[in-house]
Design a protein around this ligand. Structure first.
Ligand SMILES: N[C@@H](CCC(=O)N[C@@H](CS)C(=O)NCC(=O)O)C(=O)O
Length: 214
């Protein structure tokens, strides 16, 4: 009986899933799939996940991928209560909204900048992409105007997901000084379980990007 996460610490989504596991305190076996060595294309992993992405969860034979779906599943199944993923319809809808913001907007903008630098020979961050990410960070800062956490006044799996994304871009050296709410929230997030482990992976991600920048 074990819950296993196929993980690569450099990946923001993968760190987001692991942070959720740490938040809800589910004991988890972590198996590293080294994307730099193309281990996700090994036949043994393709049998588990033909889409060959990490994070991938194996909960005693139940296979699930997509980091935010993994976070929801772990919180629902293993959370001692619903504090990190509320059952209340409106509270849950707000957490889902923030998770979607991360997956469909924030992570997409970060990936658009970093993927070509790590893998496709790009050596600079083009202004439109920089502006686009700053606009998105502005929305995140706005979400944090009136609340301590991204979906209310209690930490949830939306915070851990977004924390994994924001720490990736911070490690690249992004200037967030014009987003004071994000700065404040990051300090709170750094106290969450698993934050130090996340930050180590984010640092490695930042180094992988920075070494290819002009
Ligand atoms: N939307 C997915 C993104 C997963 C994803 O793109 N993972 C990347 C690393 S960040 C990956 O495993 N890439 C390897 C591949 O596509 O072969 C999630 O949130 O889990």
């Amino acid at each position: 009986m074990s819950v296993k996460l196929y993980h690569f610490p450099i990946s923001g989504p993968s760190r987001g899933a692991l942070l959720a596991a740490r938040l809800v305190e589910v004991p988890i076996d972590v198996e590293i799939v080294n994307l730099f060595q193309k281990e996700q294309m090994k036949e043994s992993f393709l049998k588990i996940n033909p889409q060959h992405v990490i994070p991938t969860l194996d909960d005693n034979g139940f296979i699930l991928w997509e980091s935010r779906a993994i976070a929801c599943y772990l919180a629902d199944k293993y959370g001692k209560d619903d504090q990190f993923y509320p059952k209340d319809l409106k509270k849950r809808a707000l957490v889902n909204s923030r998770l979607q913001f991360d997956g469909c907007t924030l992570f997409v903008k970060i990936r658009a900048i970093c993927f070509p630098i790590i893998f496709l020979g790009e050596t600079e961050i083009k202004k439109p992409l920089k502006d686009d990410l700053n606009t998105t960070l502005g929305f995140l800062d706005m979400f944090l105007n009136d609340t301590k956490w991204v979906a209310g006044n209690h930490p949830t799996i939306a915070d851990t997901s977004i924390y994994a994304s924001v720490t990736s871009i911070l490690a690249v050296g992004w200037d967030i000084s014009s987003f004071p709410n994000i700065e404040r929230w990051l300090k709170e997030c750094s106290q969450l379980p698993g934050a130090a482990e996340n930050d180590e992976g984010a640092k490695a991600f930042g180094e992988a990007v920075k070494k290819n920048l002009k």
